[in-house]
Write a protein that binds this ligand. Structure first.
Ligand code: GLU
Length: 335
């Protein structure tokens, strides 16, 4: 018999957005559909959650995370902040597709102001697939959200018995359970069947210490990502500027490099007031200023450790405060 939920257990709010963790697969099928099962169904599938927390749920969206957009981010940020501003709630767990989880996590890390735990969780296998990973991931995520040791660590991502900082983590494999990797600075911790173990704290500013807030009126500025490659010309950079981009993130080759034609287009864009951030398509390492490209002369910004998709998030929020490339560069050093 499952134990009745104790009033002494911490309260956790689960905000559901869809993803494979809520996905359904027809018997014998290769494919599946994201975001089929409701938040209530996911919770009901893990009865032992009642040992960890008193849980209430809210369905914020029901999408595959490839469809995550600014409107949903805004709603999610508002619902997360509202939950955590409630003194009776210990932490928030957000179920989310893994495809863009790192972007949502980093976005919330910058715009939600709290010391309480915010934990994103997903799964690589649909909820009704053989050996589904969602139930244990959800159990571990709720355990992390209820532990006082998770406070003040910014937004966390839990999957595959690992705890990652949203700033550090990237999805690195299309299908395998160990897809999440925090290559630069390592794991935030491990969680074994509901028992969290934390390592070093996060190194950059986040949540309660973040200076960013979402503008109440108007959309975030448009920021596009352009992927560099051998033989690149200027077409996509010019197209992004023509589409109204206020910022461009270059997923540069190697150390954030790009060939002469694309470099000339980027320099012209920077001169016309578009913020140019050089990141890297390599998936690892630091993009520093003024190595093969003269950032000082061209007024470019180096992404430091952020991958292109996270550099886009920081640049969108940074541009709501300043267009000055020195100020924007400072954000990439501090966040
Ligand atoms: N496209 C799905 C999503 O991001 C699959 C990834 C997953 O949830 O694991 O929602």
């Amino acid at each position: 018999m499952p134990r009745p939920a104790s009033t002494l257990l911490p309260r956790v709010r689960v905000l559901a957005t869809g993803g494979t963790i809520a996905g359904a697969q027809a018997r014998g099928a290769r494919g599946y559909k994201s975001a089929v099962f409701s938040a209530e169904a996911l919770i009901a599938a893990v009865p032992r959650l009642r040992e960890l927390a008193r849980i209430d749920v809210e369905q914020v969206a029901a999408i595959g995370s490839q469809d995550m957009d600014e409107a949903t981010w805004r709603k999610l940020a508002a619902r997360t902040q509202a939950a955590l501003d409630d003194p009776t709630i210990a932490g928030v767990v957000i179920t989310h597709g893994t495809d863009t989880m790192e972007e949502t996590g980093y976005f919330l890390n910058l715009v939600v102001h709290t010391e309480k735990p915010i934990v994103l969780v997903g799964a690589m296998r649909p909820a009704n697939a053989m050996s589904a990973d969602g139930p244990m991931n959800l159990f571990n995520a709720v355990a992390v959200a209820t532990t006082p040791a998770a406070r003040g660590r910014g937004v966390l991502i839990v999957a595959n018995d690992e705890i990652h900082f949203a700033r550090e983590v990237a999805k690195t494999n299309t299908t395998q359970l160990g897809t999440f990797n925090s290559g630069h600075r390592g794991l935030a911790g491990l969680v074994n069947a509901g028992r969290p173990h934390f390592y070093a704290p996060p190194v950059r500013r986040h949540t309660a210490a973040s200076e960013f807030t979402l503008p109440v009126r108007g959309a975030l500025p448009r920021v596009d990502i352009v992927f560099a490659h051998a033989g690149m010309d200027r077409t996509l950079i010019d197209a992004a500027v023509a589409a109204g981009a206020r910022g461009l993130v270059i997923a540069g080759v190697g150390d954030g490099n790009l060939g002469a034609l694309a470099l000339a287009a980027s320099a012209a864009a920077a001169k016309s007031g578009v913020a140019i951030v050089r990141s890297s398509r390599t998936g690892g390492g630091v993009v520093e200023r003024n190595i093969e490209i003269d950032d000082d002369r061209l007024d470019f910004i180096a992404a430091d450790e952020l991958n292109p998709q996270k550099a886009r998030v920081l640049l969108m929020l940074g541009l709501t405060v300043s267009q000055d490339s020195r100020v924007l560069q400072g954000y990439f050093v501090n966040y």
